[in-house]
Write a protein that binds this ligand. Structure first.
Ligand SMILES: [Zn+2]
Length: 230
């Protein structure tokens, strides 16, 4: 993929999360990776969205070495890089502080799969990480946030569960491309709002059955998928 093409996609994702109301001020960032070259394009730090152009997207390698760009990369870069290193199937990462998903993250609760809307996109709850320790926070905090996410996914498939809530912080979402990651961020916010409404109506509501979860999830994902035009 041409770098400029990747930069344009990443810029578009950063603008889309603002248009979707998932980001206040500059509390959000999107990145994408070209797996052939291992180069990552990410939003620059603290630049007003209305002024950003594709070439403002900073290019770095998987070790965080800046390859191209005159601006500083997003301060969350090391979390993004840790996800790219640990999850080889993903091509984009989106981080927001969207209202409802952040509420669940602050409450330290995973979002239960209460309905088929959830099962269509996530195979099981949207997990929450454990809280970071004082050492993790005082040390390499941004990298340690990524490591906490990766540890939480031990035994989970990041392709079937394309987001996580970082405890006391907010969601990180991903996908095969940065536009898929943006889509996941929109969906997580919707699922977070729906789950809250579900519990407000019935505080003892239970997740959907495994049968209903599987019916919906595998309708859209995997070798037996039948959803859409083929
Ligand atoms: Zn954040």
């Amino acid at each position: 993929m041409e770098l400029l093409h990747l930069q344009a996609e990443v810029l578009e994702a950063n603008l889309e999360i603002v248009r979707r109301g998932l980001v206040l001020h500059t509390f959000g960032n999107a990145s994408g990776i070209d797996r052939e070259t291992g180069l990552v394009a990410i939003k620059p730090s603290g630049v007003p969205y209305e002024q950003m152009t594709p070439t403002d997207m900073v290019i770095c390698d998987l070790d965080g070495k800046i390859i191209e760009g005159r601006l500083k990369p997003s301060s969350d870069l090391d979390t993004h890089l840790e996800l790219y290193r640990a999850f080889p199937a993903i091509g984009g990462v989106v981080h927001t502080h969207s209202e409802f998903a952040t509420g669940w993250a602050q409450a330290g609760r995973s979002i239960p799969a209460f309905g088929t809307t959830h099962a269509d996109y996530f195979y099981g709850p949207v997990p929450v990480t454990p809280e970071l320790s004082a050492e993790e926070i005082e040390g390499d905090y941004v990298l340690n946030t990524g490591k906490a996410i990766v540890r939480r996914f031990c035994g989970l498939d990041p392709s079937a569960i394309p987001a996580v809530l970082v405890a006391g912080h907010a969601p990180f979402c991903w996908g095969k491309s940065v536009s898929d990651a943006t889509h996941a961020a929109v969906i997580v916010e919707e699922l977070a709002a729906l789950a809250l409404e579900t519990l407000m109506i019935n505080a003892t509501a239970q997740p959907i059955s495994e049968a209903l979860r599987d019916r919906h999830h595998f309708r859209k994902h995997g070798p037996t998928a039948t959803y859409g035009q083929r």
